[in-house]
Design a protein around this ligand. Structure first.
Ligand code: NAG
Ligand code: NAG
Ligand code: NAG
Length: 364
């Protein structure tokens, strides 16, 4: 059967912006116990990219479709979140520093993922991380354009994307099955765009969180960062083996590490030195989408109606990347297309990723 390849075309977003600034207090080194979350986890006020645009204290008063909550959770297949733009129809390139949490379940003080937004889902738990991947009607999550991008706890300046984004889970062994015990996730990466998404949140007490949730392969998309077998129309929870660390591969018993070229250099996606294969999964349990996204059943997908950084002080134009030439070669490949599209078609920019129905949603 078909393996949905969840092919994304990614802009190289990191490091486009003023390379000179790097936080002295990087997000992925902050220790923030769940009961001590501050209003803004970001503390640097001198970052040329600006300051955190949302907030981290999220509760019933912030739980609505205009929420700017930037604290999110990856717990269980019926209780997880992703990052997506606050204003409608916004590209990840434009929104990366300001994306907000959208969750499948109420109770986290965030926006709720509208029913129908996630059209396929594979939620895999391994001994070292949780991986979530699927297909999207991305307009319902305010994602515009056809290019996607990476959101992670690193970012070009150490502040993360979103700046000040916090991630927690109650599903790692340290919680002992108690849903009210949350572990902070310091290493995580998400990719979203072109009708698909994937993410990995690493258990800080598991094996190699920095390698398994590496954030330096931002131009390689889901196939390499979170190899998976998600398919449109299928919703499943699986146990899984750990993948090899992102970028690491073994050929004839020899282990090598791929280095992503600098942003200015094109990547020949047809001739990468290896093809990443999804790590084995087992004990997969199917679910009904209506059960997983019940909280979003009455939500139409409307969102923030103004652009957060339209007139930012001291950040003019800096955060929007220009298109790197390396990201636009190749033919279109719709991520939801069934059948095994070859890796060679994987990297094209799809002009057909925006589905019918988009106009109706935003014409309201
Ligand atoms: C709820 O969240 C808002 C926004 O972060 C915050 O201002 C408020 O103090 C919180 N309320 C409580 C009771 O924690
Ligand atoms: C924790 O939450 C999940 C669903 O998100 C649920 O299936 C499980 O039963 C809960 N565990 C406990 C101990 O309540
Ligand atoms: C989304 O934005 C693009 C670029 O500005 C625009 O061409 C398109 O019409 C917009 N789509 C919707 C549904 O508003």
């Amino acid at each position: 059967m078909s393996t949905s390849t969840l092919l994304l075309s990614f802009l190289a977003l990191s490091s486009v912006v003023s390379a000179d600034y790097f936080s002295k207090d990087p997000l992925n080194q902050k220790v923030v116990p769940h009961d001590q979350i501050p209003y803004h986890v970001m503390t640097d006020t001198d970052d040329p990219r600006g300051f955190q645009s949302g907030y981290n204290i999220c509760n019933s008063t912030t739980e609505n479709q205009e929420s700017l909550c930037q604290t999110m959770y990856v717990n269980h297949i019926d209780d997880w979140c992703l990052w997506a733009p606050a204003p409608p129809n916004t590209t990840i390139a434009d929104a990366e520093g300001d994306v907000v949490a959208w969750c499948s379940k109420a109770g986290h003080g965030t926006r709720i993922i509208p029913a129908g937004a996630v059209t396929g889902l594979q939620f895999v738990q391994t001994k070292s991380y949780i991986q979530v991947a699927g297909t999207l009607n991305q307009a319902l999550l305010n994602v515009g354009g056809t290019d996607g991008g990476e959101l992670d706890s690193g970012g070009q300046d150490g502040e993360g994307n979103p700046m000040g984004g916090l991630v927690y889970s109650n599903a790692f062994p340290s919680s002992n099955g108690d849903n009210n015990t949350f572990a902070q996730v310091q290493h995580w990466s998400f990719f979203i765009g072109n009708g698909a998404f994937c993410g990995k949140v690493c258990d800080m007490t598991g094996s190699n969180p920095g390698g398994l949730c590496n954030n330096i392969y931002d131009r390689l998309g889901c196939d390499y960062n979170a190899p998976n077998t998600a398919q449109e129309g299928t919703f499943e929870f699986c146990q899984g083996d750990d993948m090899t660390p992102v970028g690491t591969y073994v050929v004839n018993g020899v282990t090598s590490v791929y280095t992503q070229p600098p942003e200015a250099s094109p990547i020949d996606y047809d001739n990468l030195p290896y093809t990443a294969t999804p790590a084995p999964t087992s004990s997969c349990v199917p679910y009904q989408s209506a059960d997983l996204f019940a909280a979003g059943a009455t939500i139409s997908g409307a969102g923030e109606l103004f652009r957060l950084r339209s007139a930012p002080a001291g950040a003019s134009g800096a955060k929007t990347s220009s298109k790197p030439s390396g990201s636009t070669s190749g033919s279109a490949a719709s991520p939801s297309a069934s059948g095994s599209s070859g890796a060679s078609a994987a990297w094209g920019v799809s002009g057909a990723a925006v589905v019918a129905g988009v106009v109706a949603v935003f014409a309201l």
